[in-house]
Design a protein around this ligand. Structure first.
Ligand code: HAM
Length: 446
């Protein structure tokens, strides 16, 4: 039973985002939308829950996400016409977007589809700084029939160049791009077998989690963060040595296009990523220690998934995409802004102040105050209204906290139509004709 001393709380791993922080989230999202539109992406919104099979088939049964992190439930039939169904809160959005691509026959247009999304995802992970059970992703996918150019290395490079531009426009400092190729599905399968064999004699020396992965999903051993396993992992065969010629050539062209754009990157042969649909290019953007993320330093990740559409019963539709962890992006911006306050910032992290605060003197002036607020707001100004019961000192204090100007509305002001306006930044107090107020405040806000 909830009581005043033991009230209900948000579920572990979930959080409330409140003003003024949400204003920062909105600014980040509007910069992302502006970048996406310059690169010709349109928005897609898929459901937050899907048939469990979508993730089992798309993301992979053996992945950590599917094997232990999904919120899955049996949805009961409510009518004779309905069947019970296993449903899952989406742990990621790529599988959902590819499902929508298939379901709505987007292949029929013959065009490349460039789709972006912003929304919550759900994974039952151990919560810590930068890792939540409900978290937000800003992501995008580029896919289409081969004839639309969807397989071209140009697409990979364009997506990576767009990400570099987005992070720069957001003002993220010192980001690093790590790149790898995991080859075709066959390369990957062959390499997994080679890894399994290489791991067999040394398996017992690995941490418990990695001993299991060495059997079930040997590629996952490579991106293990367990420090005790690093020396052993360094000695394992590298996937770059097992790529077929066309994957090797594809990767060389991605790298060359990035070089031509001046996007810097490092090649990390261990970057295989935790989802099974990846083929060829995989990548991650990280920020250095001290950027607010603790051990969760991956700001975003992505890669190519040339076989995913077919795995989900669709036509051949190679694709590439990424998802930014929005929670991590915000933590980074906040940490970097306090750490490097002397540098110019692209993104203003401070809450913005309202244009005006209207202070009615006495409850009889409340109605007139609301009418004045309506006039100003309809003219596009941002306005807060106090209350006639407040003493003048309290009104000034409240106004100074949230607005740039206070407009006093007393008996004299109402009778004469001449209002008293104080500007907090300068301390100047002026008398202004009511008819000139909108102009005056609009001038001050530009
Ligand atoms: P992912 O690497 O699983 O890839 O997630 C992408 C990003 O989401 C991570 O780099 C991280 O920033 C953020 N993230 C993941 N889990 C959490 C969590 N528990 N709490 C906070 N942030 C988290 C994908 O999801 C792929 N769908 C990306 C993709 C798109 N690949 C191709 N297209």
């Amino acid at each position: 039973m909830p009581t005043p001393s033991n009230p209900l709380k948000a579920v572990r791993g979930t959080r409330d985002l409140l003003p003024p922080e949400t204003a920062l989230w909105n600014r980040v999202e509007s910069i992302a939308r502006s970048v996406f539109s310059r690169y010709s992406f349109g928005e897609v919104r898929t459901p937050i829950f899907e048939d469990t099979q979508l993730f089992a088939r798309g993301v992979g049964e053996e992945t950590d996400i599917v094997s232990k992190e999904m919120y899955t439930w049996e949805d009961r039939a409510r009518a004779q016409s309905e069947k019970a169904q296993s449903l899952t809160l989406r742990p990621e959005n790529t599988a959902g977007v590819v499902r929508a691509y298939i379901e709505h026959n987007l292949a029929d247009s013959g065009q490349l589809q460039k789709l972006f999304y912003i929304g919550p995802q759900f994974r039952r992970e151990r919560p810590q700084r930068g890792r939540y059970r409900q978290f937000w992703q800003i992501g995008a996918e580029v896919l289409g029939p081969v004839s639309s150019g969807s397989e071209s290395p140009l697409r990979d490079a364009e997506v990576l160049e767009m990400l570099a531009t987005l992070l720069d426009e957001l003002g993220v400092k010192n980001w690093q791009l790590a790149l790898n190729s995991v080859g075709s599905a066959e390369d990957r399968k062959r390499y997994a077998e080679i890894l399994r064999q290489a791991l067999a004699p040394i398996k017992h020396q690995l941490s418990v989690d990695n001993q299991r992965r060495a059997e079930t999903n040997p590629l996952r051993v490579l991106d293990s963060k367990d420090p005790a396993d690093q020396a052993l992992i360094d000695g394992l065969p590298k996937i770059a040595d097992f790529l077929d010629d066309s994957s090797r050539e594809h990767f060389a062209q991605v790298s060359a296009a990035l070089d031509a754009c001046g996007v810097t990157y490092t090649i990390n042969p261990r970057l295989v990523r935790g989802l099974d649909y990846y083929t060829r290019t995989t990548f991650e953007f990280t920020v250095p220690d001290g950027s607010g993320l603790g051990t969760q330093n991956a700001l975003l990740g992505g890669g190519r998934y040339d076989g995913l559409s077919e795995m989900l019963g669709g036509p051949r539709a190679p694709g590439i995409g990424f998802a930014i962890g929005e929670d991590r992006l915000i933590l980074t911006l906040q940490a970097q802004s306090t750490e490097q306050a002397h540098e110019p910032r692209t993104l203003n992290l401070e809450p913005t102040k309202l244009d005006a605060y209207i202070a009615p003197l006495g409850p009889e002036r409340n109605a007139a105050a609301l009418a004045l607020a309506r006039e100003l707001r309809r003219a596009g100004l941002s306005v807060e209204v106090g209350d006639g019961t407040f003493r003048l000192k309290k009104s000034f204090e409240a106004a100074d906290r949230v607005a740039r100007h206070i407009v006093i509305l007393g008996e004299d002001e109402l009778a004469s139509g001449i209002l008293t306006v104080k500007t907090f930044a300068t301390g100047v107090q002026k008398k202004i004709e009511r008819s000139a107020l909108v102009d005056e405040l609009q001038r001050a806000s530009t």
